[in-house]
Design a protein around this ligand. Structure first.
Ligand SMILES: Cc1ncc(COP(=O)(O)O)c(C=O)c1O
Length: 410
């Protein structure tokens, strides 16, 4: 008997029947003439960015899986030399372990269910857990049987609100005095004791890391216990239109400067997400209707374009027309509307495109490897999308992230 079931999860991205890497996004459009969004992944750019970050960072690099958990991207990151993964949930832990049997997996969500801690510890070989309260420390100790002499405990320190595009200061983290008390409480149980922070995502100010490390040094001094690790979190920025971050080297310099204040011998960790994968994907959307300066397209803020909605991120973009037919050379600013019936499904851009954009045209939107695929929903039933791979360069370059991640020629 047929059973009608509500949709419980977003549909997985589908690979086209002839699934091989195409030279560029135009070749994908020519072959598929897609009526549904297509996520075009660039594993070579991701590998280059990961390799550059690993080479530049003076410590261990943990990729933040939440940013893009597509197996193709995870493999590309591993190919760039990343052997540590920062996971937020049991599902991410399971995924990372299934792909990388020997990787070091770190459970870096400060509030975990007991079952997730237990499964991570007993089934998936996770040894490092973050916490920002006494209650979480108790949970971790109870569910790991005290840690059996091999437990890594990392205390998340709250930072004051900074200038990052995404402020992460409001939800997690212990205030400095509490963090010092937690370090003291955790020390007797920890084979590795650490202190972590996150300056906020897409943080353009290298000095934010120096300031955070200075605060971390004060907390460690106040705790008066030995510490093995300081985790400088994620937040490393990438280029978007109108926003050009300082080069990667400037962030590393700022981290070195702050790390000099730490007790000798402390190992550094970082948890980059966005910086490793942003350039590694474009999403191709199709124009379904034009109304004046408004384009109704087949992906939106409930799909891969969440950051283009209320957060107001701008993304590189260009028109692709059937058969490579030329479009107008005069441009005009457009607003994009996504496919759902929600008025909030609007992306104001502005999106500068040839003035004669018409129904059936496609738009390549770049820099969507970070928090694009990862934030898709099934809202209004618009969750069908394809995934394929391309060999062309990202639409924009972020300074310092390797030759393979250099933007294509204009
Ligand atoms: C704990 C933690 N680590 C790392 C990241 C990755 O941050 P980003 O993508 O800004 O590098 C996040 C993002 O929210 C996070 O919450």
């Amino acid at each position: 008997m047929n059973q009608i079931r509500p949709r419980g999860a977003v549909a997985p991205l589908r690979r086209p029947a002839a699934s091989f890497r195409r030279p560029n996004v135009d070749a994908v459009v020519a072959a598929l003439r897609p009526e549904e969004p297509v996520h075009c992944l660039r594993p070579a750019a991701v590998t280059a960015a990961a390799r550059a970050f690993v080479a530049a960072f003076p410590g261990d690099v943990l990729y933040a899986v939440k940013c893009n958990a597509e197996p193709t991207m995870l493999r590309a990151i591993a190919a760039g030399g990343v052997t540590h993964f920062d996971c937020a949930s049991e599902a991410e832990v399971r995924l990372a372990r299934s792909l990388f049997p020997d990787a070091a997996i770190h459970f870096m969500h400060p509030v975990k269910s007991r079952g997730a801690i237990r499964a991570a510890w007993t089934q998936h070989g996770v040894r490092d857990f973050v916490l920002d309260t006494d209650g979480e420390l108790t949970k971790i100790l109870e569910e790991t049987g005290g840690g059996a002499g091999d437990l890594g405990l990392v205390v998340r320190l709250a930072l004051p609100k900074g200038s990052a595009a995404y402020d992460l200061s409001g939800k997690f983290g212990a205030a400095p005095a509490e963090a010092a008390a937690l370090l003291c409480a955790a020390r007797p149980h920890a084979a590795r004791l650490g202190l972590s922070f996150h300056v906020g995502s897409q943080c353009l100010d290298p000095a934010a890391w120096t300031r955070a490390l200075a605060l971390a040094a004060e907390v460690i001094a106040a705790a008066g216990v030995a510490i093995e690790v300081v985790d400088v979190g994620g937040g490393f920025p990438v280029a978007y239109p109108g926003s050009e971050p300082p080069a990667l080297a400037a962030f590393m310099e700022a981290i070195r400067e702050g790390a000099a204040l730490l007790p000798p011998g402390v190992r550094l960790w970082a948890e980059p997400g966005r910086a490793l994968v942003a350039g590694g994907a474009s999403v191709v959307v199709q124009v379904q209707q034009r109304r004046g300066d408004a384009l109704y397209v087949n992906d939106g803020v409930y799909g891969a374009l969440s950051d283009a909605g209320a957060p107001g991120f701008r993304f590189p973009h260009r028109l692709i027309r059937e058969g490579g037919e030329a479009a107008a050379t005069v441009t005009r600013d457009f607003v994009l509307f996504g496919p759902t019936c929600d008025s909030a499904d609007v992306m104001r851009g502005p999106w500068t495109l040839p003035a004669d954009v018409r129904e059936g045209d496609w738009i390549e939107i770049g820099q969507l490897g970070a928090y694009g695929t990862a934030l898709r929903t099934a809202f209004n039933g618009f969750d069908r999308a394809h995934v394929t791979e391309v060999s062309d360069a990202p639409m924009m370059t972020t300074s310092g992230y390797g030759a393979g991640a250099a933007a294509r020629a204009a």
